[in-house]
Design a protein around this ligand. Structure first.
Ligand code: NI
Length: 137
């Protein structure tokens, strides 16, 4: 059976401060610049969620993308949208909320929920110019 990858794009807004509490304030400012602003800043994030699987003979789908949307909303979007990653998001506590760390945390929450399809890629856009991608490795 052919294996096809399908992608659902999701949006959320969230605030954060990129800060490593193990470093001094000076070191944090030097490392992270504006992203270390003590009073937070926000992003309009875009998350592309890709799953691969066999095309169902009954539906012609790998996975109903409306179903994938509901899974991703429940697993991550509803928990981060209009929230502060540093203060409000339980699964990011103790982690510097860079896009790299956010995308790995998202993977752990989404991957178990998409069977019988397989999560193959997450792309997290922090700005129109900067994105990270993760394939679970
Ligand atoms: Ni930022």
């Amino acid at each position: 059976m052919p294996q096809v990858t399908v992608t659902r794009r999701m949006h959320f807004n969230a605030a954060h401060r990129v800060h490593n509490p193990a470093l001094s304030d000076d070191e944090n400012r030097t490392l992270f610049g504006k992203c270390n602003n003590p009073n937070w800043h926000g992003h309009n994030y875009v998350l592309d969620v890709s799953v691969r699987g066999e095309v169902s003979e009954r539906t012609g789908y790998v996975m109903d993308l409306a179903h994938l949307k509901r899974i991703v909303e429940g697993a991550v979007i509803d928990r981060v949208d209009h929230k502060n990653f540093n203060l409000d998001v339980d699964f990011m506590q103790g982690t510097i909320p860079t896009s790299e760390n956010i995308v790995v945390a998202f993977w752990r929450l989404i991957a178990p929920l998409v069977a019988p399809a397989t999560l193959t890629r997450l792309v997290l856009w922090e700005t129109a110019n900067n994105y990270v991608e993760y394939d679970g490795r």
